[in-house]
Design a protein around this ligand. Structure first.
Ligand code: PMP
Length: 427
């Protein structure tokens, strides 16, 4: 008997390429039929067959309060009846801009957009316009959205420019993108020595969540801040994933580094399409209409998205919110590692605040190559066993996972118990 998920996926493939509107949803990496979700409540999501799962994806990060939080839903319902979009300024935009600048000390000004991709794309254009330079430095394994110049893989040698990693991206577009290794301060110093007067910006995920999870070393963060300051390049923290997720003051607050520009998405919109970028006033004043760098959006600062974002940001400011979220996420990681160890399975896990990485490897990786060396087949088998048992992890060995404030200790213990049962079968 075909399930409703299978029926929907078969139907979806007729008019939607690959049956999905964003590629990782298609389960290509793990195999099998993607789950179509129809409902979410707190930590739980329900698929089209009516089966419930404890959700460790949380829409890839935004759902930090869990699904359908009553106060967020009420804020959206209240906003909806007043109209969906005006293409003119609204009061909530001012309110959320004030709040973001108050919560994140590096922000003197912010501009709202509708996705993480737009936030990073715009911040990079702004950094180039501000410095009058062209070269962008990014790091292998970091994802910053799907703008042309960011879809790039490392060139053949150190300090060479990148090659497109997607069809449809002209080689000329990535000629000014340089791809370096994450957590390699020496490589960064060499790049600045060779090209320092042409580097407009360095962009990074301050905790990488797009190659499983990689934490930055203190030496790497220090080199980033010192070298960009020394050579007059703009340091951009892409906090689309880490923002308000790893700490109330974001990754920059957690690590004590002040970037020049920051980008946000996910949590900032509480599940609605909202992103933001912001930073130093003298840079932000280069954006149109104040300055020569063009940036715009019909739906930017959308009244419903700002309502969801404001409600979410206000709730996560509750005292102890991030300490509790971090403790829950750590309990999940520690529980899984202890279970794997008991059964002799090579497995590691770690969290930074409310995001985590799971690795089928002896220890947590620190580099892109170490992530690639993890046992992907073991992850895929684990993933499907957990789906069967009602626990939904990211459908790829190369993505971080997320815990929400709605996850109870009992739900986390149940997930650990299900993993324990699967680890036992492996030994
Ligand atoms: N930057 C980072 C760090 C991300 O994780 C993502 C999305 N996963 C993006 C940018 C792009 O955001 P969006 O998908 O909202 O365009």
């Amino acid at each position: 008997m075909t399930s409703r998920n299978e029926e929907l996926f078969a139907r979806a493939q007729k008019h939607i390429p690959g049956g999905v509107n964003s590629p990782v949803r298609a389960f290509r990496s793990v195999g099998g039929t993607p789950l179509f979700f129809q409902k979410g409540v707190g930590s739980q999501v329900q698929d089209a067959d009516g089966k419930w799962y404890t959700d460790y994806v949380g829409s890839w990060g935004p759902m930090i309060l869990g699904h359908a939080h009553p106060e967020v839903i009420a804020a959206v319902q209240e906003a909806v009846v007043d109209g969906l979009s005006f293409g003119a300024p609204t009061e909530r935009e001012v309110e959320i801009a004030d709040l973001l600048c108050e919560m994140v000390p590096s922000l003197d000004m912010v501009r709202l957009v509708s996705s993480g991709t737009e936030a990073t794309m715009s911040a990079i254009r702004l950094a180039r316009g501000f410095t009058g330079r062209d070269i962008l430095v990014k790091f292998e394994g970091c994802y910053h959205g799907h703008a042309d110049h960011l879809l790039v893989k490392a060139g053949s040698g150190l300090l060479t420019f990148g090659n497109p990693s997607s069809g449809g991206v002209p080689a000329g577009t990535v000629e000014t993108t340089m791809v370096l290794s994450y957590n390699d301060p020496q490589g960064l110093a060499e790049a600045f020595k060779a090209h320092g007067d042409k580097i407009a910006a360095v962009i990074l995920e301050p905790v990488v969540g797009n190659m499983n999870l990689i934490a930055p070393t203190p030496e790497f963060l220090k080199a980033l801040r010192e070298l960009t300051a020394q050579y007059g390049a703009v340091l951009i923290f892409d906090e689309v994933m880490t923002g308000f997720r790893v700490d109330l003051k974001c990754a920059q607050g957690l690590f004590g580094i002040t970037p020049d520009l920051s980008t946000f998405g996910k949590v900032v919109g509480g599940g609605m399409p909202l992103g933001a970028f912001g930073g130093r006033r003298e840079i932000m004043e280069k954006i149109a209409p104040l300055g020569p760098v063009y940036q715009a959006g019909t739906l930017s600062g959308n009244p419903i998205a700002t309502a969801a974002g404001l409600a979410t940001l206000k709730l996560i400011r509750a005292p102890g919110f991030h300490a509790a979220l971090t403790a829950k996420t750590k309990a999940l990681c520690d529980g899984l590692v202890a279970a794997a160890r008991k059964h002799g399975v090579a497995f590691a896990a770690q969290n930074v605040g409310g995001m985590f990485g799971l690795y089928f490897a002896e220890r947590c990786p620190g580099t892109y190559d170490e992530v690639l060396a993890c046992d992907k087949d073991a992850f895929n088998r684990f993933f499907h066993a957990m789906i069967d048992a009602g626990h939904y992890f990211a459908p790829s060995a190369f993505e971080a996972g997320f815990v929400s404030a709605a996850h109870s200790d009992a739900e986390i213990a149940a997930t650990v118990a299900a993993a324990d049962a699967w680890f036992a079968q492996q030994s």
